[in-house]
Design a protein around this ligand. Sequence first.
Ligand code: HEM
Ligand SMILES: *[C@@H]1O[C@H](CO)[C@@H](O)[C@H](O)[C@H]1NC(C)=O
Ligand SMILES: *[C@@H]1O[C@H](CO)[C@@H](O)[C@H](O)[C@H]1NC(C)=O
Ligand SMILES: *[C@@H]1O[C@H](CO)[C@@H](O)[C@H](O)[C@H]1NC(C)=O
Ligand SMILES: *[C@@H]1O[C@H](CO)[C@@H](O)[C@H](O)[C@H]1NC(C)=O
Ligand SMILES: *[C@@H]1O[C@H](CO)[C@@H](O)[C@H](O)[C@H]1NC(C)=O
Length: 328
Amino acid sequence: MASFLPVLFLVLVFAPFINSANPPNLTKDYYTKTCPDFSKIVRETITPKQGQQPTTAAGTLRLFFHDCFLEGCDASVLIATNSFNKAERDDDINQSLPGDAFDLVIRIKTALELTCPGVVSCADILAQATRDLVTMVGGPSYEVKLGRKDGLESKAHKVRGNLPLANQSVLDMMSIFKKNGFTLKELVALSGGHTIGFSHCKEFSNRIFGPKPDPDLNTRLADKLKGLCKDFNTSNKVMAAFLDPVTPGKFDNMYFKNLKRGMGLLASDQILFKDTSTRPIVELYANNQTAFFEDFARAMEKLGALGVKGEGGGEVRRRCDHFNNLNV
Ligand code: HEM
Ligand SMILES: *[C@@H]1O[C@H](CO)[C@@H](O)[C@H](O)[C@H]1NC(C)=O
Ligand SMILES: *[C@@H]1O[C@H](CO)[C@@H](O)[C@H](O)[C@H]1NC(C)=O
Ligand SMILES: *[C@@H]1O[C@H](CO)[C@@H](O)[C@H](O)[C@H]1NC(C)=O
Ligand SMILES: *[C@@H]1O[C@H](CO)[C@@H](O)[C@H](O)[C@H]1NC(C)=O
Ligand SMILES: *[C@@H]1O[C@H](CO)[C@@H](O)[C@H](O)[C@H]1NC(C)=O
């Protein structure tokens, strides 16, 4: 009997951890019984928001990517900093995470709390809204499985090194994607997310100004960008350019066609065509939008499953920007 005691002790002490380490089975119909109007409420909230603020789709897609690459898709990116904790979204890299995407999730949460209080996680809201918005602006549809719990931690210092930067090589970016289980082909497919949205001038200013302008950048685009960004350092206006200057609001394969003409905005975009390891994948997607859409859709499903938390590993937040326990 005595020999069972330590075992029992171990099971009791570690049970919550075993539970959280065990990922939940996400299912398509997770809220069918507990919040039957979930999909409808998400759609009815994003439609007017996207109409008023056409950059919402891109902002939300980026927010979802950042959330999933840091501690899994658990809405940790939505947490606001307080006096106890500097949260993920207040790392420098967040400057770009636009208020509109945060605002969207909060609007959806507010609507859901009126209908089915305490049921739908912020992580699921972000996953579902991202898919709906991608589809709404012309991208592929794909299945979103549900049942994620919201995470209990959000730390700014964990951002560095876990998200790709615009000045990285393919190898550097790949090491971050590989850590998350993605292949080189999936890195290229997901980078196609840059077919919508914009970037601040500071992310590409070294390619147009300074001693060594980037020879790989299309000269006509470079001239346009110089005009657009000329006061980016001194003006307090936010200056930014479209990642896809040809069809900025439409989710299509124009991003890859642009790369072939030197019209990738970020160095990390253009390098996908310059580097011989990724060029054939860019060629494929530039020539075949169906192939891009299929691979993007599969990769988004995979992204949405990263590090998800179940019962014991998280909670359903009452407010998306605060943990339920306000003292952490
Ligand atoms: C491959 C490595 C990647 C790098 C180096 C990178 C870097 C960046 C940078 C620097 C910006 C501009 C931020 C700003 O100044 O506002 C940006 C924007 C964006 N990124 Fe990425 N990104 C990468 C991958 C991804 C992935 C995988 C997705 C999603 C599938 C994504 C979606 C977006 C979107 C939609 C925007 C536009 C955001 C907006 O308009 O508000 N990116 N990215
Ligand atoms: C999840 O699904 C797998 C395979 O379908 C099953 O073996 C497992 O018991 C399920 N886990 C939970 C927590 O439902
Ligand atoms: C990003 O971080 C800056 C600086 O810490 C902060 O002022 C800003 O509100 C943050 N943006 C968002 C969208 O959280
Ligand atoms: C790359 O960019 C980051 C932030 O944008 C910066 O901190 C870093 O110094 C840059 N690295 C190189 C090698 O230029
Ligand atoms: C912007 O500021 C940086 C750092 O302060 C400086 O190196 C760069 O030359 C400036 N660029 C322009 C276009 O003024
Ligand atoms: C484009 O890709 C799709 C999906 O992989 C494939 O079925 C189709 O044959 C391709 N089309 C062409 C013209 O290569």
